[in-house]
Design a protein around this ligand. Structure first.
Ligand code: PLP
Length: 444
């Protein structure tokens, strides 16, 4: 219809959505889709939840927007309190933004500010990992090991160093766990020693690597070791939980799986479950004490930060999650989904690795799971699988980073946390059929 809206792929025709209910989306032409990836791993409570619409309406009638430098609001205060209570350790202060990119970029700025307030002006670099995605703004992209998204902007990006990811299936060191002794964690320490800890403000990492790798899940020993290294060298640890947070992996935050407390958590996506744009940077007392005793101002912020309408929506989403025990369901159904996905490996040699935590699952596609040989990027295998699934009424999410970070093909399966076992069977039947069609296509 509209030719004025710039589409992700310009010139491509996209189906037009009519409405959504639960895990299903319905196009204007009546086609039904299973939202097997919660959109971009966002629609955590499913579509068309009337409790959220009611909360949105009630708040819109009162005050949809006030500027945060003029007023605070009850929803924003309550949401911050609820998030602080849900976050581990001394992560007690919340800074609201509107997207995951802004949440990680705020963390970057707060980390630098934390040291500057203490007169340590040399600490201006952020370490990250080679297979990672932290957002699309220039600061967050500078921290991202996602070559495909970086390539056009390289000259504008900060020269932030990156270390090896805990990517056991295709280990960057060609080792295997546990004999490797976690060389990927050692890599962080080596980088710190060569750059000098006096130059580094923070290390940022996704607990489970999402968009650049397809739910790459580290060994349980990895993050405790990372945290210990960061502490030893006085470097802040930022957990990017934009995708993994808010119950997606079967815990409120994925770091809870390993009992570690980051210095900051960036979260977004599932926070509002897609009902409105909203994200947050959750900051520790250690950092806030320094800022409070210093300039008192976090040197960032956006017009819509902490707007009451979005805050009311997020509160309603969190209540809905509590009332329906969705985090527990993510843990339980996640195990079931993973066991089903494992079956793909037996039937299809192209199903290389199956991995994940809770309802954040990934499948890595390879030429043959015996050799683990990746497909050439130009074969566009991920794209083909996604297109086939879409035509069969199943939406899944791509996770391809590009040529030098991680060169493989992978998809994310991450349905709403409301999904039932029967619905997983339905999702899996379509996925299995789509794999059959993909194999036929590749043989042509
Ligand atoms: N961080 C992670 C881990 C993400 O997965 C994403 C988005 O996929 C972002 C940051 C950026 O979030 P947004 O797209 O809301 O800016």
């Amino acid at each position: 219809m509209s030719t004025h809206l710039i589409k992700p792929l310009v010139g491509q025709i996209y189906p037009m959505i009519d409405y959504g209910k639960g895990i299903y989306l319905y196009g204007m032409d009546g086609t039904r889709y299973i939202d097997g990836s919660s959109g971009a791993v966002t629609a955590n409570i499913g579509h068309g939840v009337s409790e959220i619409n009611d909360a949105m309406f009630r708040q819109a009638e009162k005050a949809a927007f006030v500027y945060r430098s003029h007023f605070t609001s009850e929803p924003a205060e309550k949401l911050a309190e609820k998030l602080a209570h849900s976050a581990p350790g001394d992560l007690n202060s919340v800074f609201f933004v509107n997207s995951g990119s802004e949440a990680t970029e705020t963390a970057l700025k707060v980390a630098i500010q934390y040291y500057q307030e203490q007169g340590r002006r040399e600490k201006i670099r952020i370490l990250s990992r080679r297979t990672s995605y932290h957002g699309i703004t220039l600061g967050s992209l500078s921290m991202s090991g996602h070559p495909l998204r970086r390539q056009r902007f390289e000259p504008l990006l900060e020269d932030f160093p990156a270390v090896a990811p805990p990517y056991c299936y295709q280990c960057p060191f060609k080792l295997s766990f546990p004999a490797c002794g976690l060389k990927c964690a050692d890599d962080l320490e080596e980088a710190i020693l060569s750059i000098g800890s006096e130059n580094i403000a923070a290390f940022i990492a996704e607990p489970v690597i999402g968009a650049s790798g397809g739910a790459i899940t580290p060994p349980d020993e990895y993050f405790p070791r990372i945290k210990e290294i960061c502490e030893r060298y006085d470097i802040l640890f930022i957990a990017d939980e934009v995708m993994t947070g808010m119950g997606r992996t079967g815990k409120m935050f994925a770091v809870n799986h390993w009992g570690i407390v980051p210095d900051m958590i960036a979260t977004g996506k599932g926070m509002s479950a897609g009902y409105t744009p909203m994200a947050a940077t959750i900051v520790s007392d250690r950092i806030m004490n320094v800022i409070e005793n210093g300039t008192k101002v976090i040197m960032s912020g956006h017009t819509f930060s902490a707007n009451p309408l979005s805050a009311a929506v997020c509160l309603a989403v969190m209540d809905y999650m509590d009332n329906n025990k969705l985090i527990e369901n993510a843990e339980k159904q996640g195990r079931y989904l993973l066991s089903k996905l494992e079956m793909l490996k037996e039937r299809f040699p192209i199903a290389g690795d199956v991995r994940g935590k809770g309802l954040l699952c990934g499948i890595e596609l390879v030429k043959d799971n015996g050799t683990k040989e990746p497909f050439p990027l130009n074969d566009k295998v991920t794209e083909t699988l996604i297109t086939i699934c879409f035509a069969n009424g199943l939406i899944i999410y791509p996770a391809v980073a590009g040529v030098t970070g991680y060169s493989g093909d992978a998809v994310i399966i991450a349905p709403p946390l409301t999904i039932t076992e029967t619905q997983i069977d339905e999702l899996f039947a379509i996925l299995e059929r789509s794999f059959e069609q993909l194999v036929q296509r590749l043989e042509q």
